[in-house]
Write a protein that binds this ligand. Structure first.
Ligand code: HEC
Ligand code: HEC
Length: 214
């Protein structure tokens, strides 16, 4: 119960975003009504993993830091100044118990890292950006993708979680890279969540709302 409260609490950190905004606690493909595109993977099975955050958390650190959740609390939710105060031992225990409670039992212990956010992924990232820029995007589908993946933080009139994009200058290469790499409190979306075709559509939409360089 305590783990579930933390998971859905938009006031857990100083930034009003909850674990549940970025992670499903259900099997994503089986719930057609779940329209949001969440940056993180579902947390089912996370309590049993042998590694998280692409190897940053292994062994005892998995137990102490909520299977890697402390990194999210610190970075995305603005909670505390280090992993140790981002998540207390009892909060970590509660989250692990919650991950266990929602799991179905057949989750893999090793979850492969598919994101493009690491320096060594630069060639794959450049290729994905190139494929997105070469497509003619569909701004209508881009609006839909934006609603499902980005509006939470970039909705007009609410800058608590991210800048108002109307006030920012559009750069297609930079925007495409940013979606896949994240920056600061903006999470990255792996290409399994947002494909080059999705990003091409997003760019077509962003081009209509952001400012243009003179
Ligand atoms: C702004 C979005 C965001 C928020 C908020 C967030 N996360 Fe994450 N989280 C991510 C991303 C992106 C990753 C890295 C990709 C992945 O593994 O899912 C990640 C990774 C993780 C992982 C490690 C997964 C792995 O196998 O490496 C766990 C566990 C986790 N988050 C749990 C949590 C919990 C619990 C909270 C709330 C206390 C939380 N996250 C808040 C986006 C977020
Ligand atoms: C959890 C909140 C969050 C989500 C979700 C999110 N962003 Fe962001 N975004 C941010 C934050 C915070 C920044 C500022 C990052 C920094 O510190 O530089 C940002 C910055 C940006 C910028 C750069 C603005 C500028 O010129 O400086 C763009 C473009 C952008 N986001 C697009 C997107 C798109 C497209 C999506 C959806 C695929 C998205 N964001 C999803 C929080 C978010």
């Amino acid at each position: 119960m305590q783990g579930r409260e933390i998971f859905t609490d938009r006031r857990f950190g100083t930034r009003p975003v909850a674990c549940a905004d970025c992670h499903a606690d259900y099997v994503e493909d089986r719930i057609p009504a779940a329209r949001d595109i969440k940056a993180g993977r579902p947390i089912l099975g996370a309590h049993g993993r042998i590694s998280a955050w692409n190897g940053e958390f292994v062994g005892d650190a998995l137990r102490r830091y909520g299977a890697g959740a402390a990194r999210c609390a610190l970075r995305y939710q603005g909670r505390g100044r280090s992993y140790d105060d981002a998540l207390s031992p009892s909060e970590s225990g509660a989250l692990l118990a919650y991950f266990r409670a929602v799991s179905v039992g057949s989750e893999p212990r090793h979850a492969p890292w598919t994101a493009l956010n690491l320096p060594r992924d630069s060639a794959r990232l450049a290729d994905a950006v190139d494929r997105a820029l070469r497509r003619r995007g569909d701004p209508e589908h881009g609006t839909d993708v934006f609603d499902r993946a980005c509006r939470l933080c970039h909705g007009a009139g609410n800058t608590a979680l991210g800048p108002d994009l109307h006030a920012r200058t559009f750069n297609d290469t930079a925007a495409a890279r940013l979606v896949w790499t994240g920056r600061g409190a903006m999470p990255f979306f792996p290409p399994g969540k947002l494909s080059p075709a999705d990003v091409a559509d997003l760019l077509a939409f962003l081009r209509t709302v952001m400012k243009h360089p003179r």
